[in-house]
Design a protein around this ligand. Structure first.
Ligand SMILES: [Zn+2]
Ligand SMILES: [Zn+2]
Length: 304
C-alpha cells in the first residue's frame, strides 16, 4: 500500500521545555510531503527526521500563535540556501499573509523559489487543496484566535484487477483501465463477463484529521466522523479541565471523547503543557475513554 504516515516533529505547547519542540508534523502521502504547523526549531527537527527539505510541497498553519508558526521564516530562509527552485505553498489565516511578506522582503530577498500564500477562512469548512489523489479540508476550531484544523483525505481508489481472470479471458492490457473504472468484458463469443468477476474491491481510502489548538467541541466529531487517525490536542489532564476551558485548550480525556464519538481508528495526543514531566497520566485518562490512544513524541512516525 502507498505510504500515508505522520512524522511528529514537535508536540509541546507554548512554553519551551527540554523534552519537546513546539507543534509541527509532516504528512507523507504517496511520495508527497506536507507540513502542518511550524513552531520554532522545526527545521532542526526536519534534519533529525531525515526528511528531504526539497520534497515539501506546502505548509498548513492552524493559527497565529508562536508555538505554531515561529519556525516558518527561518525554515523558508534555509530553503533559500539549499538551492530550492520549486514553489512553496503556505496556507494559513489571512493575517499571516502580510507578516510573511514583510519577513520575506526583509530577510529572504533573492529567493530562487516562489512562496505562494493562500489565505484560509478558519470559520467555514472548505476544501483548500486538491490534487489527483488527495484533498485537504479545513476544520473550524474554537481557540483564542482564528484557528482551524486540517483533514487530509485520500480520494477513493480504484478496484484491484484480478490478474488470473484477465489472463483467463485473454483481456488485452489496453482494456485494463476501463475494467478498473467498472466496465464488463465481452469475450469473442459475445459472452458478458461481469466486472465483479474481474476485480476485487478497492482498498478503503484513509484520512487524517489534525485538530490543534482547540477547546473541547461537542460537535467536532461530526466533521471528522470515521477518520482513520485523529490528532487532537491534549494540553491538560482532567484536573485542569477548568483551565483548559479558560484558555481554549482541551484535556486528553476530552480528546478521547471526540475520538470515541467520531468513531476514528486511532487517536494521537499532543500539545502537552510544560507542567507535565511525564505524559503517561494524559495517556491513561484518554485510554479510559478511547483505548486506541497514543502519545506522540518527537521523531515518532505513525501510519494513518
Ligand atoms: Zn499551541
Ligand atoms: Zn494556540
Amino acid at each position: 500500500m502507498n505510504p500515508f504516515r505522520i512524522h511528529v516533529l514537535g508536540c509541546g505547547s507554548a512554553l519551551p521545555t527540554l523534552q519537546h519542540y513546539a507543534s509541527s508534523q509532516v504528512v507523507e502521502i504517496r511520495e508527497k510531503l506536507f507540513m502542518i504547523d511550524c513552531g520554532e526549531g522545526t527545521q532542526i527537527q526536519l534534519r533529525r527526521s531525515h526528511i528531504h527539505f526539497s520534497k515539501l510541497l506546502a505548509v498548513f498553519i492552524s493559527h497565529l500563535h508562536g508555538d505554531h508558526c515561529f519556525g516558518l521564516l527561518g525554515m523558508i530562509s534555509s530553503f533559500g540556501m539549499t538551492g530550492r527552485t520549486a514553489p512553496l505553498h503556505i496556507y494559513g489565516p489571512a493575517d499571516l499573509g502580510a507578516m510573511l511578506k514583510q519577513g520575506l522582503d526583509y530577510f529572504c530577498h533573492g529567493l530562487e523559489f516562489d512562496v505562494v500564500f493562500h489565505a484560509v477562512d478558519t470559520e467555514q469548512s472548505a476544501v483548500i487543496f486538491e490534487d489527483k489523489s488527495l484533498t485537504v479540508e479545513t476544520i473550524p476550531l474554537q481557540h483564542r484566535v482564528p484557528c482551524c484544523g486540517f483533514l487530509f483525505r485520500e480520494k477513493p481508489m480504484l478496484p484491484h484487477i484480478r490478474r488470473d481472470m484477465i489472463d483467463f479471458h485473454h483481456i488485452p492490457i489496453s482494456q485494463i483501465n476501463n475494467i478498473k473504472m467498472g466496465a464488463d468484458w465481452i469475450d469473442a463469443d459475445g459472452k458478458i463477463i461481469p466486472n465483479a468477476r474481474l476485480t476485487t474491491p478497492a482498498t478503503p481510502s484513509r484520512s487524517y484529521a489534525y485538530c490543534s489548538d482547540t477547546r473541547y467541541m461537542s460537535h467536532l466529531h461530526r466533521m471528522i466522523s470515521g477518520v482513520s487517525t485523529l490528532y487532537h490536542e491534549s494540553t491538560y489532564a482532567s484536573d485542569n479541565e477548568g483551565r483548559a476551558r479558560l484558555y481554549y485548550h482541551s484535556t486528553s480525556r476530552q480528546a478521547a471523547i471526540v475520538a470515541r464519538d467520531a468513531h476514528v481508528g486511532k487517536l494521537l495526543l499532543g500539545h502537552y503543557s510544560a507542567r507535565y514531566n511525564d505524559e503517561t497520566r494524559l495517556l491513561h485518562e484518554a485510554q479510559e475513554v478511547f483505548p486506541n490512544s497514543y502519545l506522540t513524541k518527537e521523531g515518532a512516525v505513525f501510519d494513518v
